[in-house]
Ligand binder design. Structure first.
Ligand code: BGC
Length: 350
């Protein structure tokens, strides 16, 4: 078990370190200070070799240009906020509208493009810290945020998030890793099997804004309560939700949410036998199938990020909840701790 810190990129204005955490099995996670990005994740396949199960970038330039949030930590508010505004105690806050000029997406991009400060905080852990000044991208409060990445000898990658603000504000932090459990550039993800512990999902309009909190998954392409190939219903555009999302790009409402760490989803790769279980303390997960990747972004090893080359399971509170504060807790008082934890646990299919 070890953590190695090294210089990733430096110029006159910016210095970025990377941290590599390895465990006794040879599993390895590489995280960089830019966006507190999970850059690479090497997992053992059924043949005994290791593959990087993330798409994304391997250069500072790649991480900085259009990346569609590959591997980054997203904040201050992951997912969409309708009209780029919300109110707390009758005060309206106007946010950066970075999605088609009408919506605030992923907090306007602040946390994910920032350089976080990484520090080794254990023989298997690195803590990344970021300070967000009051009003950045329109969000109230000076916010101190950190995320701890930890890799256990059981091949669990644990992400623990803390944040505290000096003003009442909204907080929703997540990691935006794009997974391909067959390995990046080893075909698309349509033959992965997926199971999500959700009887309901959040339907969206053509601009990806929730139209209501919950609709049953039963008899829809959104029913992943038993293992199903991601590709089975993904092109069923007779379903208006598949059409609106251009595939899967929806929040799933985790059954029996109690704020404890619960198993919420399992994905299985057809070629490598790699299984990934997702556990979280959060009430929702955005299942996104890389619908907007069109091959124009060049990723690792100079290879293009193509449509459905990877998928995301972004644990979160429900999208646009600042405008529906009765849906789930998303508002934090001054000095009230935000905490959440998400685990990506890897194993091989027997
Ligand atoms: C959103 C997608 C978006 C992607 C990249 C996902 O979290 O749900 O709609 O295209 O992030 O920005």
């Amino acid at each position: 078990m070890s953590v190695v810190k090294s210089l990733y990129f430096e110029n006159a204005n910016v210095k970025v370190n990377s941290f590599t955490i390895a465990n006794k099995n040879g599993t390895k996670a590489v995280i960089i200070e830019k966006g507190a990005t999970l850059e690479k994740l090497f997992i053992k396949t059924k043949n005994g070799d290791f593959v990087d199960v993330l798409s994304g970038h391997d250069t500072f330039k790649g991480h900085t240009e259009r990346s569609d949030y590959q591997g980054v930590v997203v904040g201050q508010y992951a997912n969409r906020i309708k009209g780029g505004k919300f109110s707390i105690d009758s005060v309206e806050y106007n946010l950066t509208k970075n999605d088609n000029g009408i919506t605030c997406l992923h907090g306007g991009g602040e946390y994910s493009s920032a350089i976080w400060n990484g520090e080794i905080t254990g023989d298997k852990a690195v803590t990344f810290t970021y300070f967000s000044p009051d009003g950045t991208d329109g969000f109230p409060g000076n916010v101190k945020a950190n995320v701890v990445y930890e890799l256990t000898d059981n091949d669990e990658l644990i992400l623990s998030y803390n944040a505290v603000s000096d003003k009442k504000t909204v907080i929703n932090l997540t990691n935006h890793a794009y997974f391909n459990l067959n390995g990046f550039d080893n075909g698309d993800i349509l033959d992965h099997e997926l199971k999500i512990n959700a009887d309901y999902f959040t339907p969206i309009d053509e601009t990806s804004i929730p139209v209501k909190m919950a609709e049953p998954v039963e008899n829809t392409p959104f029913d992943f309560r038993e293992f199903k190939k991601i590709g089975r219903d993904i092109n069923n555009t007779e379903n208006v939700q598949i059409k609106n999302g251009n595939g899967y790009d929806h929040n799933f409402i985790i059954n029996n949410f109690d704020g404890e760490l619960n198993s919420i989803a399992i994905a299985k790769a057809d070629k490598t036998g790699i299984v990934m279980e997702v556990k979280t303390t959060l009430p929702g997960v955005q299942f996104y199938t890389g619908n907007f990747l069109d091959g124009t972004i060049i990723g690792k090893d100079g290879k293009a990020l193509t449509k459905r080359c990877s998928f995301c399971l972004e644990t979160q509170v429900y999208p646009d909840s600042p405008n529906h504060q009765d849906w789930c807790k998303c508002v934090y008082d001054a000095n009230e701790e935000y905490f959440s934890r998400t685990i990506f646990a890897f194993s091989l299919e027997d």
